[in-house]
Design a protein around this ligand. Sequence first.
Ligand SMILES: [Zn+2]
Length: 261
Amino acid sequence: MVAAAGIEVGQDTWFWAGNMEAEYTTNGLTKMLMQRTVYEECFVLKWVSWVPTKCLIMAWRAEMDRIPTKAALVKRNIGITDTRCPWCNCYEETVMHVLSDCLIATNVWDGIGRWCRLDPIYAFEIKDLLEVYKSMNGSKKGKKIVHGIVIVTMWSMWKARNDSIFNGKRPNVENIVASVKSITFLWAKSRLKWFGHVKRRQTMAPVRAVENFIVEGRRSRGRPKLTWEERIRYDLIELHLSEDMIRDRDSWRPRIKVKDY
Ligand SMILES: [Zn+2]
């Protein structure tokens, strides 16, 4: 932070680069940091605890244009000649193309948008995807879930893209959307593990009695009293998970066992 030396008549003096007229002060430093627009322009990715770290890191790197798309590799002089998207074979493979503009990506976002009941998702930059939750209606918790789902979607698409490049796999929109749901389900399963068990029993079975048990205990003021079932249903509705999926063990089981993520 030492200012570049200049030759002047008189005694040599040190100046602090943050404030060329005075010595270093913490106030001066604060002022300098506030003035530096570069800090204000930095996008800060909102972290989500239930989202696997590798998904968060991938989304964070994508926003900074630091994922090795073909276009990025060419910029770094890595000898590839064909920079076309492996999915559509038409456009240059940039971060925006593979995660937003390609027909496969658009269809995946359509599927995710429908599942989460969101308005159509349009993005001009990666940041727009990572801020989808800000413009939606819903509770703070609902927004957090949607934000997590967006991050998981980006990661799932990048994984599918790598599968196409390295293993020659054809992209499958339904599979990508299903993998996003599965990862979200893992989270739901750990929170709602009783739900599947209770719902599979007959209505009159003793275990169902628990559903009418009013949840007592500490509750923040002003919130309506919810029965155990209502509480769980509320969670599921927010996640837009289907109860039918829970009744059917065959579909529930494979969905909660997600390998290789
Ligand atoms: Zn494409």
